[in-house]
Design a binder for this molecule. Structure first.
Ligand code: AQP
Length: 327
């Protein structure tokens, strides 16, 4: 069977970038694969998280998965920290990963910015990610541009382990998304829209009020050319807005360009905001109903149990292959 694993870190406000590149994909793909959609809270703490915020955001992300349409009876939804096998397999794999190959990870270089006071967890982050994937014998992992290198490392570690000890892990294939895989900041189209950007105007949170969403789009940067045209080279900011419009309305890029031909940006931005608001309103409604509910606790407990069952099989196989005494 085809097995997919993916997750969104509770490290900031889940925004329309994460929706486009991840959450909307989860909803679309859950019927084609056996899915494990987790909340990588252990990954979030590679940079400091305020404990209260981590707690709330972890629930938020879980509630948003469900509110956006991930079916907890089909997909396995769970918190990474509640399935201990992740941390344990990560250690086993750390002993297989080379210092040199981890040093070449561009995300580490970007996020550490050359400082040596960053946590060593930030450095070994890709090994934990490999453990996440390999525990479930995932065959497919959706990857954005920035995760391609990490998935390659996962495959290398799996192949190395299988070769050195015994065939234990499935090598996962990347699933490359065609559109909406890279939504850029509303303030600067040269930076990915990011949930940890301190400038809240750079993103639209999935939990922003309609009035806030409208304001953020009205302030989004464009250019002085005044034509709604999709051209990343010449018009990155406008192309980004068209991309968002397409993700949230379901309309094609062509159709959007035609609709606003010969018009400036005013109506385009207003209708873009409405497309986003009307998609998010029902999601927000369900989110508010479930975020503090026992129902959500039950979903997460049940998800962690289902996940641990599978994860334990793989972990035991890896430990046996390495020679640990197991019972
Ligand atoms: N702007 C984006 N456009 C498209 N996809 C995006 N994703 C994130 N931002 C965009 C996708 O969401 C998934 C989960 O990402 P993550 O939570 O692991 O973190 P990230 O990619 O590192 O996102 P952030 O927002 O920049 O978080 P911080 O700043 O905390 O690290 C991934 O599949 C990602 O591609």
């Amino acid at each position: 069977s085809k097995i997919m694993l993916s997750g969104i870190k509770p490290s900031g406000d889940l925004n329309i970038g994460g929706y486009s590149g991840a959450l909307s994909q989860f909803v679309a793909l859950q019927h084609d694969y056996d899915c494990y959609f987790f909340i990588p809270d252990l990954h979030a703490i590679t940079v400091y998280q305020d404990p209260k915020e981590l707690h709330q955001r972890s629930r938020d992300v879980a509630a948003l998965y469900v509110a956006a349409g991930v079916d907890p009876n089909k997909a396995v939804i769970f918190l990474q920290s509640q399935v201990r096998q992740h941390a344990e397999l990560s250690w086993l794999l750390e002993t297989q990963a080379h210092f040199g190959e981890l040093s070449r990870m561009t995300q580490f270089k970007d996020k550490s910015g050359g400082k040596d006071t960053v946590s060593s967890g930030l450095f070994t982050y890709p090994v934990l990610m490999a453990a996440d994937i390999l525990l479930y014998q995932a065959t497919h992992v959706p990857v954005g541009d920035d995760q391609k290198q990490h998935l390659e490392l996962t495959r290398d570690l799996a192949a190395r382990f299988n070769h050195k000890y015994a065939p234990t892990f499935t090598l996962p294939e990347p699933v490359i998304q065609e559109s909406g895989a890279r939504i850029m900041g509303l303030d600067d189209p040269s930076n990915k829209m990011s949930k940890s950007n301190p400038n809240q105007g750079s993103y639209v949170s999935l939990l922003d009020e309609p009035s806030v969403i409208r304001k953020k789009f009205s302030r989004a940067v464009t250019d002085s050319d005044m034509s709604v045209r999709y051209d990343w080279e010449a018009k990155p900011a406008v192309s980004n807005l068209i991309e968002i419009y397409s993700v949230f309305s379901g309309d094609s890029i062509d159709a959007i360009e035609k609709r606003y031909e010969g018009q400036g940006y005013g109506t385009f931005k207003k209708e873009l905001a409405e497309a986003v608001v009307s998609k998010l309103e029902p999601i927000q409604k369900t989110y508010h109903e479930i975020v503090h509910s026992e129902e959500l606790d039950r979903i997460l407990k049940n998800g962690a149990e289902r996940a641990a069952e599978k994860a334990e099989q793989t972990l035991l196989a890896a430990k046996r292959a390495m020679g640990f005494v197991t019972f």
